[in-house]
Design a binder for this molecule. Structure first.
Ligand code: DC
Length: 665
């Protein structure tokens, strides 16, 4: 996950491959609550692991539900609709509407004593209509801050009044109805009728609720979308095993990707045309816009069809979440598109109508908006702007705007607070990058002499930008170690054999561990002797050649920071940003001394300094790829700078030099 202030996505061109998507949030949180309320044990497969499911799990455990995990399968032992009335619960539910609403209803009806709260935005999301419905039943509920909004204090429920139909509004959020449908079976000694007032929003989500209720033994009778009856004697019984489908809303980004990217061929695993999720209907909208989609029960395949995409005018009430993806597809259409009946966007994670309009305008789009509609004018070639997309702590804003990186003007797109995707899809960007191709993946080259601080600087830059990191020195250190371990002398006569060994060895960078043929050599390659040996093998042209492809393979989305001696001159000469880092020999010897001592190696400053100088001489005077600053490198002497100061300085250079648009090579 990219837990950084912003993520720069370079211009993307094509996309190809298979994606496995995380479980549906709507199904996951409903299944968790139903399993918790049931009699018996439920084994849940493929549950989504995200912010919203984590708050639900925490709450259920506090309610006394025993939950364990074995081999990716979650085991939930139900509490049979009973809660210990002596418990006083304080439940923090983040920004998860799918958690706070049904939990409020279930806990209120069970007569629990509980505080229900969340993040600041949650306290701006309405819950008054649900509270009114629960109060009709006799549940005692207080607002602890603002009338109509969380936090809430639930203070028990004498004996629920169930004779008259229970009325709930359906035109603010369908989650209020879902909450009642999931809570009322707990007290269904008689038939219970729910009447929906106003036009019911997001009906497909109610279909998911009814479908899952049936899996847990509750067959609700429905009269159109206005009257629901829970039959007397209903009782939750675990079905034993439940498989959670992949999230159809998450699939929308990859369906759109297939429609937008050139030479695309995307296969989505885990959700297909027979999904119980309403957002699967997004596929029809994408087809209308020109995507070629085929599918089976739990897979979809998408290719680019019509290009540019066809504009649409659509009532999106049935696909409220996935419709945000249509708004971004509309930027690539042949005429303005209108998304109608999307009033529910205003009360989601953020006011999504305003958010989508504001951010699309930054990209250069002309957008018109109304209370419950949005008209998106496509952006013509030559009109795209490089934008920093504000994401409003809204995962869907972040995910759908990432697709703008396919713009015709090859502009990069900056996504602020990319970690907000953790709400439903923690590895969204990794998944996207795994199937996308870019002709302009940026490489930042940091070259310089031994112990100049390149490694530390390059690693920190990579962390701050979310880029990959190449420690090219480690490759020479590993090669030398492999040669020594194979009993080879490091003389020039052995160069071809050592080069061959380098190509045949399996070198893996696994977080902070470095593996040589599966063995952890992270410590062994860091000794002074290993550095000296590396310097020797790195002077052999055959060895350098043998490591070129491996080094190039590190240039992956969203970018690379590469450190070494010849990153800017030989390996990535086309890189637009190169830094040549130096420090005085005295400083470098001091730094190396501290480094070695902290790792428990013995060392003396004088010996280190003379070794450093010998190594510099060899690295600078060798015939192949000698250590020298690239002509277009920015020089930085960091003798008197702290690490943070160097990192901040180089980042500021990068921001000012980093091209916003680049022509594909
Ligand atoms: O950066 P380092 O100390 O880990 O590098 C070890 C040796 O490898 C160093 O003496 C020079 C050599 N090297 C090189 O020749 N080219 C690189 N790109 C990186 C390192």
């Amino acid at each position: 996950m990219y837990d950084i202030p912003f993520l720069d996505i370079p211009a993307l061109q094509s996309a190809h491959g298979v994606v496995h998507l995380p479980g549906s949030k709507s199904i996951s949180n409903r299944v968790l609550l139903l399993a918790a309320l049931s009699k018996g044990t439920t084994h849940i497969h493929d549950l989504l692991d995200s912010d919203d499911t984590r708050v639900m799990l925490d709450a259920l455990q506090k309610m006394g539900c025993v939950i364990s995990k074995k081999d990716y399968v979650l085991q939930v032992n139900g509490i049979k609709g009973q809660i210990d009335s002596s418990l006083s619960l304080d439940l923090f539910l983040g920004n998860a509407g799918t958690a706070i609403r049904p939990l409020t209803a279930a806990l209120a009806i069970m007569g629990a004593n509980a505080t229900m709260r969340g993040v600041a935005r949650m306290h701006e999301r309405p819950i008054g209509d649900l509270v009114d419905a629960l109060r009709q039943l006799g549940c005692a509920i207080d607002y602890t801050a603002n009338e109509g909004f969380p936090p809430l204090h639930l203070k028990g429920c004498a004996s629920p009044q169930l004779h008259a139909p229970i009325r709930v509004r359906g035109d603010v959020s369908s989650q209020f109805l879902t909450a009642l449908l999931m809570a009322l079976p707990l007290v269904a000694k008689q038939n219970i009728t729910i009447e929906v007032q106003g036009e019911l929003l997001s009906k497909p989500y109610i279909e998911i609720t009814l479908n899952l209720l049936a899996q847990f033994g509750i067959v609700v009778q429905r009269d159109r979308w206005s009257r629901f009856v829970i039959p007397a004697g209903s009782e939750y019984v675990s079905p034993g095993v439940v498989h959670v489908e992949a999230d159809a809303s998450s699939a929308s980004y990859f369906v759109a990707l297939g429609a937008i990217a050139q030479r695309s061929g995307i296969r989505i695993q885990g959700v297909g045309l027979q999904s119980i999720q309403g957002d699967i209907r997004f596929v029809d909208a994408a087809k209308q816009m020109g995507a070629q989609v085929s599918g089976g029960p739990n897979w979809l395949e998408i290719k680019q069809g019509q290009w540019p995409l066809r504009a649409i005018e659509m009532d999106c009430n049935h696909i409220p979440d996935a419709a945000m993806t249509l708004a971004v597809m509309a930027l690539f259409a042949d005429a303005p598109s209108t998304l109608k009946n999307i009033g529910s966007w205003r009360v989601k994670e953020t006011d999504r109508i305003t958010a989508m309009a504001t951010e699309a305008r930054k990209l250069g789009a002309h957008i018109e908006e109304g209370a419950d509609w949005l008209r998106i004018h496509p952006i013509q070639k030559g009109q795209w702007k490089s934008a920093s997309i504000h994401t409003y702590d809204d995962h869907r804003v972040a995910m759908c705007f990432s697709l703008a990186a396919f713009n015709a003007d090859h502009m990069r797109v900056r996504i602020e607070d990319p970690a907000c995707v953790a709400k439903t899809f923690p590895d969204y960007f990794e998944t996207l990058f795994s199937v996308c191709k870019s002709n302009t993946i940026p490489v930042i080259c940091i070259d310089g002499p031994t112990a100049s601080g390149k490694g530390t600087l390059a690693w920190a830059l990579a962390q701050r930008l979310g880029f990959h990191y190449l420690d090219s020195g480690a490759l020479y250190r590993i090669t030398a170690l492999a040669a020594v371990r194979a009993g080879l002398s490091l003389q020039t006569e052995q160069a071809d054999t050592i080069a061959q060994l380098a190509t045949q060895s399996k070198i893996q960078f696994n977080c902070e561990r470095i593996l040589l043929n599966g063995i952890n050599v992270s410590e062994d390659i860091r000794t002074e002797e290993a550095g000296m040996n590396a310097s020797k093998v790195s002077a052999m042209p055959a060895v350098r050649q043998a490591l070129v492809d491996l080094q190039h393979s590190f240039q992956r989305l969203p970018g690379l920071v590469a450190d070494g001696r010849d990153m800017g001159t030989v390996i990535f000469p086309a890189s637009p940003f190169k830094v040549y880092l130096t420090a005085s020999a005295e400083q470098r010897a001091q730094r190396r001394y501290k480094q070695l001592i902290s790792k428990g190696f013995s060392a003396t400053i004088n010996k280190l300094r003379s070794d450093l100088e010998a190594r510099d001489t060899r690295d600078m005077s060798r015939t192949v790829a000698p250590l020298v600053a690239a002509q277009d490198a920015m020089q930085l002497d960091n003798s008197n700078l702290s690490i943070d100061q160097s990192v901040d300085l180089v980042l500021s250079w990068w921001q000012s030099k980093h091209p916003k648009a680049s022509s594909p090579s």
